[in-house]
Design a protein around this ligand. Structure first.
Ligand code: C5J
Length: 229
């Protein structure tokens, strides 16, 4: 089947059937929920929560189209052996990774706050990648998963735009993946970082990739679902 064209910036994005995956980065309770780690650092979680409805619709469309959906979670082993001191010792001294928080130990695997928000829960068969860093390729099996599935195109979503979304998109771009960042399905606590973060992806002819709204991507996924039926 030939590529389906998605209207995007700086140019049309080729969504290639059988070679496209949707990656949903770190939509975790610790980052999104009131009282969680993110809010305890003084952040406005409303900026991230507004991503949930369009992202839920995008995930549903990807599932209908038979696209591989991959979720990631940032976090660490309970003994913190995979958390470098440089990361552990940074941030607010009162709130560190591994400290008790409203939703369990902060960013620790297995804790309630470390898991994905209910609205976007992975379903049977979807891949969940636990990552100790900001980028989803660092110290994870992501590249092997994508290679085994024959993926060359990534629809990138999740939080936060300028941190884990950017790092992952840059890592993917350097590894030869074509990345479309879905603008209303990524979120930042800081509106100006959201705007500039998206501008940086598509600048200079798409230096890191493409940017499009979910209203442009979802119809392309519907076309894919219909052609696969
Ligand atoms: C942060 C992330 N912001 N998922 N993590 O620490 O972007």
């Amino acid at each position: 089947m030939s590529p389906i064209t998605v209207s995007a910036e700086p140019s049309a994005f080729p969504l290639i059937p059988g070679q496209t995956a949707l990656i949903v980065i770190d939509m975790q309770r610790d980052f999104l929920l009131p009282g969680g780690f993110g809010e305890s650092l003084g952040n406005d979680v409303g900026q991230l929560l507004k991503v949930v409805p369009p992202l839920a619709a995008l995930i549903a469309a990807a599932r209908d189209a038979g696209i591989l959906v991959i979720h990631t979670r940032e976090g660490h082993l309970p003994d913190l052996s995979d958390c470098p001191p440089a990361k552990l010792n940074r941030g607010a001294p009162s709130r560190r990774i591994g400290d008790p928080g409203k939703y369990g130990r902060i960013l620790i695997r297995g804790e309630y706050g470390h898991d994905i928000v209910d609205e976007l829960s992975p379903v049977e068969g979807e891949v969940v990648i636990d990552k100790p860093g900001k980028g989803a390729f660092y110290a994870t099996e992501l590249q092997d998963v994508l290679t085994a599935a024959g993926v060359t195109q990534l629809l990138v979503t999740g939080v936060t735009t300028e941190v884990c979304v950017h790092t992952t998109t840059r890592e993917a771009n350097d590894r030869g993946y074509e990345c479309l960042v879905v603008s209303d399905c990524v979120g930042s606590y800081f509106p100006e970082f959201q705007r500039v973060g998206l501008d940086m992806i598509k600048a200079q002819g798409g230096i890191f990739g493409w940017v499009a709204d979910s209203t442009a991507v979802i119809p392309a996924l519907h076309t894919l679902a219909l052609s696969a039926a």
